[in-house]
Write a protein that binds this ligand. Structure first.
Ligand SMILES: C[S@@+](CC[C@H](N)C(=O)[O-])C[C@H]1O[C@@H](n2cnc3c(N)ncnc32)[C@H](O)[C@@H]1O
Length: 194
């Protein structure tokens, strides 16, 4: 595991009650324009902070692929899915650059608090384009690079929203909007290259 990868021993932090105050799930979901029936991939899903609420919104006719590379994180997520009797979350062991999700199967990909952990952003974007439907979108939520916010990764690991947008544009994605997400994070929404 490289030094930027989230340590599964810290998984409890992801579900700490105070997290809801500085990264409110409902406010983020409101930015995603979710609807019933959508197929959403939550890549780097962790313990399901976003995957489970998204599953409620997209409903039984929708679907959430919750992808994580760490077997320990995936086991925690699977336990929560079982406990909550959620039927539309599919836990997938995969790497962001090789997700094991079928071609052209997703309307939306969420990558929350994980962009700064990736080794190869172009490979991740290539995989995202593969699994998205033609009109699909990607939402990249990550830590503001210019803030010293105690709950997040060290400043040296953070990636500025400008750099995210520049790479998306250079790779043929269309940046639709940039928004604040909670107190310490940004959200970049982009549509898939043609
Ligand atoms: C900081 S946690 C965020 C979890 C969740 N998105 C949230 O915001 O609560 C990052 C998660 O991404 C996973 N992860 C890191 N690199 C990954 C990769 N290359 N492919 C898939 N998952 C990855 C980690 O195992 C961890 O569970």
């Amino acid at each position: 595991m490289h030094e930027r990868r989230f340590d599964p021993a810290m998984a409890g932090k992801l579900d700490a009650p105070e997290r809801k105050t500085w990264l409110p799930v409902e406010a983020v979901l409101a930015r995603l324009a979710l609807q019933p029936d959508l197929a959403v991939a939550d890549v780097g899903a962790g313990t399901g902070y976003f995957a489970l609420p998204i599953a409620e919104v997209v409903g039984a006719s929708g679907k959430v692929y919750a992808v994580d590379v760490e077997p320990q994180m995936l086991a925690k997520l699977q336990a929560r899915v079982a406990e909550s009797h959620t039927v539309n979350v599919h836990c997938v062991h995969g790497e962001a650059s090789a997700t094991n999700i079928p071609d052209s199967s997703c309307d939306l990909i969420l990558m929350a608090n994980v962009w700064h952990e990736f080794d190869s952003h172009p490979a991740v974007l290539g995989e995202a384009a593969r699994i998205l439907k033609p009109a699909g979108r990607i939402a990249i939520l990550d830590w503001c690079a210019d803030l010293d916010s105690p709950p997040g990764p060290p400043k040296a690991h953070r990636i500025a929203k400008r750099d995210v947008c520049d790479l998306l544009a250079a790779s043929g994605w269309k940046v639709l909007y940039i928004a604040d997400a909670g107190m310490f994070s940004y959200l970049v929404m982009a549509s898939r290259p043609d």
